[in-house]
Design a protein around this ligand. Structure first.
Ligand SMILES: Nc1ncnc2c1ncn2[C@@H]1O[C@H](COP(=O)(O)OP(=O)(O)OP(=O)(O)O)[C@@H](O)[C@H]1O
Length: 629
């Protein structure tokens, strides 16, 4: 991916930097339209339709049956209306007195009225069926997307283009809303078209091909416009993704103070507008192309339609078609024309929607490919040893290894501290030990079980991680501690861990204590301070009681009392498990049995606090720097 920032251009008073332009290259940067032929795109239609039908069938069988039955009735009713109108017209325009002709036409007119009534009822019922199926279908597609993203290997997030494909898939989810309606209209137009075609062909075999010619340009125009629209959408995917992220960051209340007190508001709005303008610009560029397509295809359609009427006039005047039949043909031409137009327009609409749905499917397939495929081995409740054997890890797209040939053994009851300067690989090593990332080379063995062959859920049942950037879930206090554990009705263990992190007083003051929603922005919600949040997060591993606990900077926002009580608690709980503490506060490493010092992904020193201070290496230097403030 190339990022071009126009602000680097030198000027006297540099303007505020506009958003960087992202241009995509490589596998994910290719526009699928660039090499998809028109035929290939049309062939996609049945598969997308089939997939939507299967999805609809799985969410609401009764609704689908109702919809299909209604389509059938609507079609049959339309055919009856047309056929019996033609019959009635033949009688009305035939010979005899007016009353005789009307009398003869009456049975046909009754059928027309009844069929029209049935048609209306069926169409109302099919709207009802659509209203039932569509929300369920959207929910299903949405959940499939959320689940797929939650289940991918964590390394997938760092792949170029993953986020943009996700954004394109999100659009696919919203477009699902139109799919049932498009499909329903397309099907009913198809049935009406078949009915109308048979009537018009019976009048004269030349009429149908002529009418087809008259509507085909409109269909081609709709498909071409869909193509242009999708091309524009595709060009905008990257910018739209960045814009929606920025929108969230700029408007999320948690970052509101930072935005205001740093005077960022004006710039953020300018930035948002600049990005929106860029998106609009691309959309507007497409408008004249659309206009040209519509004008050209409408003109062509008009010419063919004129040809149809001219042919009909010629057939009537040359006596090849009797006058009453010609009059019937006028009605039939109108009806067939409407049915054919609906058929091609809704076919094109389905094609249009299918382009977006295909993005969704492609992303779901990508996510399935990125889902962990590790193995079925499970991890017992008690783990005595974790061994790392020459472990190497490099993030995709990075030139240097984040973790480079690290070997270590951690035993039950031990506390291991990992220290090192920023970017030295501490958090990455913690992610490898917990199996969030899998080693590119080397192995991570839990009591001899290679994490690459173990079921990831089984591993994560045995781990607790307090990450550097933890989530403050907009959930109740209780769930913010117990999330990830099976539900119980007993709050006593929850209060125990709250006591352990010194949060009882703060939680008792909340309006609904454990039931208080911890989200200031939600009605009835409350907010904790940064340090209080961190204490609450530190209580999660105490509640989970797993064989491995990893704490990445667990006390960075805490006051001295909080920090003291957390480390006391870590020590108290340590005998039953393996504990890893990643920290920059070197004094805190005194509690560890061993300390690893990392530099550029490698372990350069290890030992106890006293050993390392006396060794005169990087650790001793960092301790001296911490004291020299
Ligand atoms: N998701 C990621 N994608 C790409 N590179 C990453 C990612 N996370 C970390 N890195 C890179 O890997 C290297 C090690 O990062 P890591 O987060 O493990 O360091 P750390 O020692 O925990 O740093 P800190 O003390 O700042 O938390 C860094 O060069 C960092 O830029």
């Amino acid at each position: 991916m190339t990022v071009t920032d126009a602000s680097t251009t030198q000027g006297k008073t540099p303007p505020p930097p506009p958003p960087a332009t992202l241009s995509f290259e490589g596998h994910y940067g290719r526009n699928p339209l660039a090499d998809a032929s028109f035929g290939a795109m049309c062939r996609r239609l049945p598969s997308v339709l089939g997939h939507t039908a299967r999805m609809a069938w799985s969410v609401d069988r009764a609704g689908v049956v109702l919809l299909l039955a209604c389509q059938l009735f609507t079609g049959i009713a339309a055919a009856l209306v047309l056929a019996f109108t033609a019959q009635a017209m033949t009688h009305i325009l035939g010979t005899g007195t007016v009353s005789e002709r009307l009398h003869a036409a009456l049975p046909a007119l009754i059928v027309v009225t009844a069929a029209a009534g049935i048609g209306r009822i069926s169409s109302a019922l099919s709207s009802y069926a659509d209203g039932r199926i569509t929300p369920l279908l959207i929910t299903e597609a949405d959940i499939a997307l959320v689940e797929a993203v939650c289940r991918v290997e964590s390394s997938a997030y760092t792949e170029d283009g993953f986020a943009d494909r996700q954004e394109a898939a999100e659009v696919g989810v919203t477009r699902t809303r139109m799919m049932v309606q498009d499909a329903q209209r397309f099907m009913s137009a198809l049935i009406r078209m078949i009915a109308a075609s048979s009537v018009i062909t019976a009048l004269h075999p030349l009429m149908l091909p002529l009418l087809l010619l008259a509507v085909l340009p409109a269909g081609a125009g709709a498909v071409l416009s869909a193509r242009v629209d999708y091309e524009t959408h595709y060009l905008n995917v990257g910018d739209r993704n960045v814009r929606s992220m920025m929108r969230w960051w700029a408007t999320y209340s948690r970052y509101g103070d930072e935005v205001r007190a740093n005077g960022m508001t004006g710039y953020l709005i300018y930035w948002y507008r600049a990005l929106s303008d860029r998106i609009d610009q691309r959309t507007l560029t497409a408008a004249p192309r659309m206009l040209r397509i519509v004008l050209a295809t409408s003109a062509l359609g008009g010419i063919f339609l004129l040809g149809t009427w001219a042919t009909l006039a010629w057939l009537a005047t040359s006596g090849q078609v009797a006058l009453p039949v010609a009059a019937t043909a006028v009605v039939a031409v109108q009806t067939t024309l409407a049915a054919l137009s609906q058929f091609v327009i809704h076919g094109a609409a389905m094609f249009h929607t299918s382009l977006y749905l295909a993005d969704m499917r492609a992303f779901l397939d990508t996510a399935t490919e990125r889902a962990p495929k590790r193995g079925e081995l499970s991890i017992p409740e008690r783990v005595d040893e974790i061994r790392l054997d020459e472990v190497v890890y490099q993030y995709p797209g990075k030139d240097e290894r984040a973790v480079d040939h690290v070997s270590l053994t951690l035993r039950r009851g031990e506390i291991l501290a990992i220290v090192g300067e920023n970017g030295s690989g501490k958090s990455t090593l913690a992610k490898l030990i917990t199996g969030i990332l899998l080693a590119d080379k080397g192995r991570v063995l839990w009591d001899g079980t290679d994490l690459a062959k173990a079921d990831p859920d089984a591993v994560w049942k045995r781990t607790s991680l307090v990450p550097q950037n933890f989530a403050c879930w907009p959930l109740r206090t209780r769930e913010n501690i117990t999330l990830g554990q099976p539900r119980t009705f007993d709050d006593a263990p929850v209060w125990d861990v709250i006591d352990a992190v010194g949060m009882r007083e703060a939680i008792e003051k909340l309006p609904k204590q454990l039931d208080t929603l911890l989200a200031r922005e939600l009605w009835g919600g409350a907010e904790l301070s940064g340090g209080q949040w961190q204490r609450l997060v530190a209580s999660r591993p105490l509640y989970r009681k797993t064989p491995l606990v990893v704490l990445d900077e667990p006390t960075s926002q805490m006051d001295a009392r909080g920090e003291h009580s957390i480390f006391l608690e870590i020590k108290r709980e340590a005998a039953e498990r393996m504990t890893i503490v990643v920290t920059h506060r070197l004094e805190n490493t005194r509690l560890a049995d061993r300390i690893l010092v990392m530099d550029k992904g490698r372990v350069i020193e290890h030992g106890t606090y006293e050993d390392l201070v006396n060794a005169g290496g990087l650790f001793a230097e960092l301790v001296a720097l911490a004291k020299d403030r």
